[in-house]
Design a protein around this ligand. Sequence first.
Ligand SMILES: C[S@@+](CC[C@H](N)C(=O)[O-])C[C@H]1O[C@@H](n2cnc3c(N)ncnc32)[C@H](O)[C@@H]1O
Length: 223
Amino acid sequence: MVKIIHKNSFYPAVIFLSLSLLIFFYINPVVSSLFADTQDKMFWDKKYGTEAYIFGKEPVEFLREHIGLLPRGKVLDIAMGEGRNAVFLAKHGFEVDGCDISEAAIKKARELARESNVAIHAFVADLETYQLPKDTYDVIICFYYLQRDLVPQMKAALKPGGVIIYETYTIENWERGFEGPKNKDYLLQSNELLHLFKDLKILYYRELVLNNKKAIASLIAKK
Ligand SMILES: C[S@@+](CC[C@H](N)C(=O)[O-])C[C@H]1O[C@@H](n2cnc3c(N)ncnc32)[C@H](O)[C@@H]1O
């Protein structure tokens, strides 16, 4: 009798334990990463849900200053936001694709292009899953977005001779208590941006604290 009770409860317990382990080690990371992406999208859609352009309509200064180093042609703006940089390049004759996870951002980018009388191809894409096309772009721009595992795809998406221009926050931004990301996954270590692109020809690199407001690294590199 005792034996039968043990036998009957042993197998369900093993099945329950196996299922729990499966959920914990396999399904849980997948579900939580999907959840994180949805959270990111909701966070940014909410942030962009204002009439005002939260990052303004003018391009990042580093882009304006170095436009002369960019070969003319097709550009990809990674995580373009409300389009300030994409529209600036379109005004200077570049053919611009720009993507972002936020529909609200893409709508505002299209609106900015319309009011500036230029055309851009702005589309919603989650860069955690979207595959960049290979050998397609003369220029890739990436401002204030850090996704380390996207870097190999960014390089592959450049045509030979293509140029990448990149600027984002370093860990010093958080250390000094400036406004910006708190999550260290989104902050560069010192020299990290340089290291990420060291197999390209580095045309320009700097790390600095700008106007006592933000700590950033900026890079221009050629394939
Ligand atoms: C700090 S903003 C920078 C926007 C723009 N590059 C600029 O300089 O104005 C970061 C952008 O990354 C976008 N983003 C966050 N996660 C993303 C993802 N997984 N795929 C695509 N875009 C994403 C956000 O929607 C947001 O527009």
